[in-house]
Design a protein around this ligand. Structure first.
Ligand code: RTP
Ligand code: MG
Length: 134
């Protein structure tokens, strides 16, 4: 069954650079409803748990350090076809490949400091949302 929810984080670089409002504005303008919202500082341990699926990837240690380097904003979003439409809205992981009009095209600095997270499946959207909101 398709769900109508996805999960996002505004990453530390974008929070630090005062882009919370700009990014949430793009999200709402694209038709998503913000159903949960929380600004939080992750410990390295919590960030490591969140990204456990990437444990064997070469960038894992850097990613954990980066994601615990400053506050993030976590949110649950609602819209028809939320997971796929949100991935389209954020654009490619590497901002060099992100399309015009995407959040990463506008706000991402690098393949790591890429401004936002978006869940990649309905199942992960559920799991990731529960990591922050229960
Ligand atoms: P996300 O999970 O944050 O929405 O991003 P994604 O699906 O587009 O990318 P994913 O492969 O899941 O990677 C998770 C995050 O790890 C960082 N990363 N760094 N240095 C690198 O080569 C590298 N590759 C990925 C990025 O912050 C990416 O969003
Ligand atoms: Mg991912």
């Amino acid at each position: 069954m398709a769900t109508n929810r996805t999960f996002t984080m505004i990453k530390p670089d974008a929070v630090q650079d005062n882009h919370i409002g700009g990014i949430l504005g793009m999200i709402e303008a694209a038709g998503f409803r913000i159903v949960e919202l929380q600004k939080v500082q992750l410990t390295a341990e919590r960030a490591g748990q969140f990204y456990e699926v990437h444990k064997e990837r070469p960038f894992y240690q850097d990613l954990v350090k980066y994601m615990s380097s400053g506050p993030i904003v976590a949110a649950i979003l609602e819209k028809d076809n939320a997971v796929a439409d949100f991935r389209t809205l954020i654009g490619a992981t590497n901002p060099a490949n992100a399309e015009d009009g995407t959040i990463r095209k506008k706000y991402a600095k690098s393949i790591e400091a890429n401004a936002v997270h978006g869940s990649d499946s309905d199942e992960n959207a559920q799991i990731e949302g529960e990591f922050y909101f229960n």
